[in-house]
Design a protein around this ligand. Sequence first.
Ligand code: 5RP
Length: 219
Amino acid sequence: MDQLSMKKMAAQAALQYVKPYSIVGVGSGSTVNCFIEALGIIKDQIKGAVAASKASEELLRKQGIEVFSANDVSGLDIYVDGADEINPQKMMIKGGGAALTREKIVAALAKNFICIVDSSKQVDVLGSTFALPVEVIPMARSQVARKLVALGGSPEYRESVITDNGNVILDVYNFKIMNPVEMEKELNNVAGVVTNGIFALRSADIVIVGTPEGAKIIE
Ligand code: 5RP
């Protein structure tokens, strides 16, 4: 089975967690795009969505789903998002689509984080297959890169990408993330870092993995 079909399967299975007349937190990326499409079919049963990227906002509107600002809600029942890597503790690397900061903000509003992935995203140790994205204030790019090198990483500037917040992305290779919680805190303490793509302090609550055998739910 191809990867897109597995993403669609995970996205479809996430619908069972959507409460009637609720506002749904929606992340970004190709798996989430499948979820937005599925959400469009039940749009009359929900109040709307809070989106973690401008791209998701646009897709939600195209489906006829009302988009609320994160400032308009005091909390969300669920947040549905993909991941670049997820470990057995439901901690993730995210930010392949450069939306990590807004994703962290919307995830923090939600009672339940539902992570939808295909099976290629499952790893034992974060950093095994995917570079770690770090969102950086443009004027601090070089000094943050030097600090990341000092910490053992190999940062690469993601050319011609500006985040929805007007910042830049450094993708850090060669980080084996043995202690995700400590690493997330340490990197977020570097001056000039807006946030990094480790989602360990706020990990997922439910993981839905699209596999050739069907959607597997890990609660
Ligand atoms: C965007 C993200 C995405 O959730 C992550 O990159 C996974 O994307 P995809 O569903 O396209 O594989 O973190 O910033």
